[in-house]
Design a protein around this ligand. Structure first.
Ligand code: NAG
Ligand code: NAG
Ligand code: NAG
Ligand code: NAG
Ligand code: NAG
Ligand code: NAG
Length: 477
């Protein structure tokens, strides 16, 4: 295996902490069925796993409006926007977690009741890549997409794009495998269906226009806007971690949980060890780290992560929704069959070419990251009118218009934009609606009906923020 120098340096750092990013447990292929991830409902094991913010595994979110296609309607179009599946921690975090464990092993001499397992625990997580569980989530997501949208794939398979980071591309590949397999298993599906499907990969770099990855907007990447999310998180973290720190210090004497960040890093070990458990593991694979915290504490952790997304990339950040404008303008082009009109992050070369941006397809699937999807949700205006989230008092997602990190951008999250025709009901004009992880998110500002839908023309009108470029000019001031 030829690895670039930078990778070798990184591997050396991980090895110094006893981490082998290429260890067999991280590359082992998954079994076809997993006990905890299901194609139709996502995660079905321990319910606390739905309280891990963006580190929650995808789970079908309760929907006050029926997510099934309404009776008498038939779909004419669907756009799926998906986050990558579950991954190992990012590199800097993986190094920090390894250091946390090394420090505990070095300083703690007596372990409290139910903390004893930590004595023998070895930190073996890699960095950045999909786990076997994450791959299986994407295969299952592809299966589920086929079930929902096979009628739209009768003319042509889905048109697929992925942002360039390896785990995102890999997620797209695994999703196509699930979609393909469901097609093979359906005798009625006669569309030519051969792997690999074509995927347009758009590189992630600060000089590349990519609507699936923010990097271009200078003021957002490094200016004062950049720290709004972490400032809101610090205020909340200082409150909810106090009692936890005391308990950890009692049970792991010497480990010195002296800051909220140290407590949160320790809690992170629960989700990351759980999603690193191979999917064929026969029992509920919840990591023993999870049981060291109460459901109330996981609710607080979830809200902490929610603040980071809302104020970091979402409606709570003046430049957050602007990062999602390019994708929304592409969505308008796909919905209306008209050329892309955008002056933000779209690439005119790619979007002007029918090979890389066709306008005549019925089914599109794009793959990206939690932060980018958060900006796109903002640009779609789905949470307009929601009270700004408090940095001191936790609010339930159901009291915040359905907004939380675990309800919007868990691992393998999916936003589905659907267009449909419904009998004679609406004089022929197509209707649009949006589901966020199976929860119908009623459209805002376009006179949505009781099913959360608007007519196509009113929906496009309502996306005025995106059509005028959001606040893109502030990016360069
Ligand atoms: C995901 O895709 C890779 C090929 O890129 C494959 O090796 C792996 O087995 C797939 N995972 C699953 C769960 O099918
Ligand atoms: C295939 O189509 C036939 C006729 O419409 C239907 O009865 C059958 O259930 C379909 N099979 C599958 C696997 O969808
Ligand atoms: C736009 O896409 C083309 C084709 O992939 C690529 O060569 C070019 O570098 C891209 N430009 C920008 C600014 O992203
Ligand atoms: C915390 O919330 C208060 C009240 O809404 C607000 O005035 C303050 O700016 C917020 N601080 C941070 C760092 O988010
Ligand atoms: C605990 O860590 C803090 C820094 O986070 C340090 O100031 C303090 O001296 C440490 N206490 C012990 C007992 O090691
Ligand atoms: C890339 O985006 C910038 C706006 O940020 C725009 O000026 C430029 O023309 C775009 N490049 C392409 C190839 O579309």
């Amino acid at each position: 295996m030829a690895l670039p120098l930078i990778t070798l340096a990184v591997v050396a750092v991980l090895n110094a902490f006893g981490i082998d990013p290429f260890a067999p447990e991280h590359t082992k292929s998954a079994s076809p069925r997993t006990p905890c991830d299901t194609p139709d409902r996502g995660w079905v094991c321990n319910p606390d796993a739905k309280l891990w913010g963006q580190y929650s595994p995808f789970h079908s979110v309760p929907s006050p409006i029926d997510p099934l296609v309404p009776k008498g309607c038939s779909l004419t179009f669907a756009q799926i926007l998906s986050r990558h599946g579950a991954r190992d921690p990012t590199l800097s975090k993986s190094i920090a977690y390894a250091a946390t464990i090394a420090n505990i092993h070095e300083t703690v001499t007596s372990y409290g009741y139910s903390y004893e397992f930590i004595k023998d625990y070895q930190y073996t997580l890699g960095a950045d890549q999909l786990t076997a569980f994450g791959q299986q989530q994407m295969v299952n997501s592809g299966l589920e997409s086929f079930r929902r949208y096979s009628s739209l794939a009768r003319e042509a398979l889905p048109f697929v794009r992925a942002s360039g980071q390896e785990r995102v591309v890999q997620s797209a590949v695994n999703w196509t495998m699930g979609f393909h397999q469901a097609g093979v298993d359906d005798q009625n599906f006669t569309t030519p269906n051969i792997l690999p499907y074509d995927i347009v990969v758009i590189p992630e770099a600060s000089n590349v226009n990519n609507t699936l990855s923010h990097k271009l907007c200078t003021a957002f990447e490094s200016g004062p806007y950049h720290s709004i999310g972490s400032s809101a998180q610090s205020i909340y973290a200082a409150r909810f971690t106090k009692d936890i720190a005391q308990r950890l210090n009692e049970n792991l004497p010497g480990a010195n949980f002296s800051t909220p960040e140290k407590v949160i890093a320790f809690m992170d070990l629960c989700p990351f060890n759980t999603v690193a458990t191979p999917p064929e593991y026969p029992l509920d694979p919840i990591s023993p780290f999870c049981g060291l915290f109460t459901t109330w504490e996981w609710q607080s952790y979830d809200y902490y992560q929610t603040l980071g997304k809302w104020y970091g990339f979402g409606p709570g950040n003046p430049l957050g929704p602007t990062q999602g404008v390019g994708f929304v303008n592409e969505l308008i082009a796909r919905l209306t069959g008209k050329a892309v009109a955008d002056r933000t992050s779209t690439n005119a070369t790619l979007d002007g070419d029918a090979a890389t941006f066709p306008l005549n397809r019925a089914l599109y699937a794009d793959f990206s990251h939690d932060n980018d999807m958060t900006g796109i949700l903002g640009a779609l205006g789905l949470y307009d009118g929601v009270q700004p989230l408090s940095n001191t008092t936790r609010q339930d997602a159901s009291d915040s218009g359905g907004y939380s990190a675990s309800w919007t951008v868990p691992f393998a999250a999916r936003i589905n934009v659907e267009k449909m025709v419904c009998g004679a009901e609406v004089a022929g004009e197509e209707l649009v609606r949006i589901l966020v992880n199976d929860r119908v998110a009623p459209l805002k500002g376009c006179g949505a009906d009781s099913e959360g839908r608007c007519t196509l023309s009113k929906f496009v009108d309502s996306l005025e923020f995106a059509r005028r470029g959001g606040l893109w000019d502030l990016c360069f001031k």
